[in-house]
Design a protein around this ligand. Structure first.
Ligand code: PBG
Length: 326
């Protein structure tokens, strides 16, 4: 059977009809909104590289999280700008670090929101690398203990999900073991399993002041040309105990999201990163694209590729549009 009896346009005639046959949906509950927390009180400063996103002190982060919760968004993920940096990133695992404080204030004011924390040293180290640096190299194994300490300190503060983003080998196992030993066996790990050495992180590094002071991250983050290697990374993280696996960035790696979705029986997250967001914002400001339609199409594409969860700076805008029923 084909034309003239086959006519796909029959199902595109009205909005309600199109909605009935729609294959993919994006709802705010599937989104996670990143927050950048900083020391102080009453601080709410717009991030120049991420228009519409703010550096927030813990009290302001709690107010922002309340708004995010009211919008029906699934969760937040916290990144920290510490008071001071040092070679071992010690503020990252201090009980009174910026993220630990913000987790406590957010937990005190939000009852439903899932509070995730990014577990990585780069925001806290003076050299800006994601691990311990010795002889000009980022050392894998000495980093694991620090990451495990950071995860435990976030768990003590009340984090619901720990999300390691450093790309050291073996860090999921190290974090799982440490959490279990401290009595946090119920807390899930969302691992940034396939994280690429990407130029799309540019605006984030300005926002988090986390650019490496020498070299780059290609010795630990993945080569953008590889997809089979991503499956290996995901397999290793699943074997080590990852509960959710993430692909990052999202839009340039839809094929990777699809491959991970097909091969693994774990929820898949995708990070629609800072560069993806900033490009949309910049073009929309110039009137070159329709922001709302671009964002909806983008998030839909990421879902269609196979992501269950999307981390995105567009989360609040998307949820507000969804609420208006547009
Ligand atoms: C920390 C980290 C980065 C991002 C999330 N966690 C930066 C990096 O690896 O350099 C990037 C997020 C974004 O660009 O939105 N390792």
């Amino acid at each position: 059977m084909s034309f003239p009896s086959e006519r796909p346009r029959r199902l595109r005639r009205t909005g309600r009809l199109r909605a009935l046959v729609r294959e993919t949906r994006v709802v705010p509950e599937q989104l996670v909104y990143p927050l950048f927390v900083a020391p102080g009180r009453g601080l709410r400063r717009e991030i120049s590289s991420l228009p519409g996103c703010f550096h927030l002190s813990a009290d302001e982060a709690a107010r922002e999280a309340e708004k995010v919760e009211r919008l029906g968004i699934g969760g937040v993920i916290l990144f920290g700008l510490p008071e001071a940096k040092d070679p071992l990133g010690s503020e990252g695992y201090s009980e009174d670090g910026v993220v630990q404080q913000a987790v406590r204030t957010i937990r005190a004011s939000c009852s439903e929101l899932v509070v995730m924390t990014d577990v990585c040293l780069c925001e806290y180290t003076s050299h800006g690398h994601c691990g311990v640096v010795e002889d000009g190299e980022v050392k894998n194994d000495p980093t694991l203990e620090l990451l495990a300490r950071m995860a435990v300190s976030h768990a003590r503060a009340g984090a619901h999900v720990l999300a390691p983003s450093d790309m050291m080998d073996g860090r999921v196992a190290a974090i799982r073991t440490a959490l279990d030993a401290e009595g946090y066996s119920e807390l899930p790990i969302l691992s940034y399993a396939a994280k690429y050495a990407s130029a799309f992180y540019g605006p984030f590094r300005e926002a988090a002041d986390s650019a490496p002071q020498f070299g780059d991250r290609r010795g630990y983050q993945m080569d953008p040309a590889n997809v089979r290697e991503a499956l290996r990374e995901v397999r290793l993280d699943v074997e080590e105990g990852a509960d959710i696996v993430m692909v990052k960035p999202a839009l340039p790696y839809l094929d990777v999201i699809r491959a991970v979705h097909e091969r693994f029986d774990r929820p898949v997250a995708a990070y629609n990163v800072s560069g993806e967001y900033a490009m949309v914002k910049a073009a929309a400001e110039r009137g070159w694209v329709d922001e709302e339609r671009i964002v909806k199409e983008t998030l839909n594409a990421i879902r269609r590729a196979g992501a269950d969860i999307i981390l995105t700076y567009h989360a609040k805008d998307f949820a507000a549009w969804a609420r208006e029923g547009r």
